[in-house]
Design a protein around this ligand. Structure first.
Ligand code: BG6
Length: 503
């Protein structure tokens, strides 16, 4: 393993976790396999985990320690971001344990308690344990109860216990409140880490730097200059093998309630007093509390469901033909909406949000589209020049683009040109995966990137009337795989004299 301790100038020093362990529930799930276990390995490989680190898996499988090690190794080799290094792996593998059991079995939790205690004694994990619930939320109550009853949840003098929960935090406001009550009966608010992995992305964190570390943008970051904002999260994949999770949830609950509303909050918020968790959260909450829905929800929201088509030269199924989806399903795989933010800064500026699966391209971006110059000194060019835009490219091709008009050489015509910042060109180091950052923050007890319950609740308050309106409608409009979504979404923009960007 790298040893940054040898180099006193190593910038990683303040960011190396202290003695601790992660107890992972849901080890057989996709998220654990593709993201969580690889991220833990990547942290180890970057020298950010202490020698006294352990990873315990808890599941119903008849596995022993060796079996689970093999599972972790396979997932690391298939999905880790950094190269496979035998030394890193060996050191990590020494701290891997497995406890077989079901979530409702007190004996299994007693075995887990013994395992964790043995790790404290043998590996020096110091009584510091993070319980990562990568499991469906309807299992949270049982697991929290068992953690409490077995004495695993309680902090000891000089050590910590934390719980990490993955979305969905409920499926509406009422269920989110219930879930929160259950979790807070066992863990105090400061020990609860709610993951919204978009906040762990470098490009999303850079939004704050862009806005508040530069003088250039903030003066025009308001409704006097910005015509409207478009937040897009387009995926080219379908639902894959996640029918069980996705059906009945849909695009709005899956990614708008959390990722997109967080992006909106960071884009629209006022400058926080500091980057400390309480200030950041308060600034985001002020925005979420000021979000207003359109009066006419039928006209200013849109939803769709993908049909079959082609993707990368291969024939792909429509949503209703996917394994595990009923032919009568009304779940939307595309959602769009027009929101406004009722603060002095944003009066009158619409925020258009859209998210969908099986769209033409994988791209997440935030685009501030500026008002046009009303003086008209220059004639508009044949290429529709004259609209400035500032585009934060969240992924892929991470960076920032400023679109502006430029005179075409040798002619009086204006044309749009782009000024580009690309992470890949300006920095030599690759960005860590969101989960690396977030898991490390959990171990360090660093809360700014984790939304608190109030943000979750405010987001459901925004979404609930929309999903209720959709429930009263018929089926979502069909759209072809590989297209840019349903026609009703384009119409929503056209009605306002605007158009979606085609990134
Ligand atoms: C998850 C959603 O939160 O984000 C998935 O549940 C989605 O449906 C995923 O595919 C996208 O994450 P990313 O980081 O690939 O944009």
């Amino acid at each position: 393993m790298n040893n940054p301790l040898r180099d006193p100038l190593d910038q990683r020093l303040p960011r190396i976790a202290g003695p601790s362990s992660v107890v992972l529930f849901g080890v057989t799930g996709d998220l654990a396999r593709k993201k969580l276990m690889p991220a833990i390995y990547d942290l180890a490989n970057r020298g950010l985990l202490p020698p006294a680190f352990a990873l315990t898996g808890f599941a119903r499988r008849e596995w022993n320690r060796q079996d689970f090690r093999a599972v972790v190794k396979e997932s690391v080799q298939a999905h880790a971001r950094t190269p496979f290094n035998e030394d890193t792996w060996e050191q990590l593998a020494e701290g891997i344990r497995f406890v077989e059991g079901t979530f409702d079995d007190p004996d299994a939790f007693a075995r887990l308690r013994d395992t964790v205690q043995t790790l404290d004694d043998e590996r020096g994990t110091g009584g510091n344990h993070a319980f990562y619930l990568s499991i469906p939320p309807d299992l949270f109550p049982e697991v929290c109860r068992q953690l409490a009853d077995s004495g695993l949840a309680a902090d000891r003098e000089g050590s910590w216990r934390r719980v990490v929960i993955e979305k969905p935090f409920g499926h509406d406001l009422a269920s989110a409140e219930e879930l929160n009550d259950v979790v807070s009966e066992t863990f105090p608010p400061d020990s609860v880490f709610r993951i919204d992995h978009y906040l762990g992305k470098e490009t999303v964190q850079n939004l704050l730097a862009l806005r508040f570390a530069n003088r250039l943008f903030e003066p025009v970051w308001n409704s006097a200059h910005v015509d409207h904002v478009q937040i897009t999260m387009a995926e080219d994949i379908g639902i894959g093998s996640r029918a069980g999770y996705y059906d009945g949830i849909g695009a709005a609950r899956d990614v708008i309630q959390n990722h997109l509303l967080q992006l909106l909050a960071l884009t629209a918020m006022e400058k926080p007093d500091s980057l400390a968790a309480e200030h950041l959260r308060a600034a985001k909450e002020a925005v979420l509390a000021s979000v207003r829905l359109p009066e006419d929800l039928d006209t200013y929201t849109a939803r769709g469901q993908y049909l079959g088509g082609w993707r990368g030269g291969k024939r792909v199924d429509g949503f209703l033909e996917e394994d595990g989806i009923e032919a009568s399903s009304r779940t939307e795989t595309y959602a769009a909406m027009r929101l406004t933010v009722d603060t002095p800064r944003w009066k009158g500026t619409p925020f258009y949000l859209r998210a969908g699966k099986r769209l033409g391209k994988r791209v997440t971006e935030i685009a501030l589209v500026f008002k046009r110059d009303s003086h008209g000194l220059f004639a508009q060019g044949s290429h529709g020049a004259g609209g400035n835009a500032l585009v934060l490219r969240v992924q892929p091709d991470e960076g920032v683009t400023v679109r502006m008009s430029s005179k075409v050489p040798g002619s009086e015509e204006l044309r749009d040109v782009a000024m580009d910042f690309a992470y890949g060109e300006s920095f030599t180091q690759a960005s860590p995966e969101a989960y690396e950052r977030l898991i490390l923050d959990v171990l360090l007890g660093d809360p700014p990137l984790f939304p608190r319950h109030e943000e979750v609740a405010l987001s459901w308050k925004i979404l609930d009337p929309i999903t209720a309106a959709w429930n009263a409608q018929g089926r979502p409009e069909a759209y072809r795989s590989g297209s840019w979504g349903p026609r009703s979404s384009d119409l929503m923009m056209e009605r306002d004299g605007r158009a979606w960007r085609k990134p």
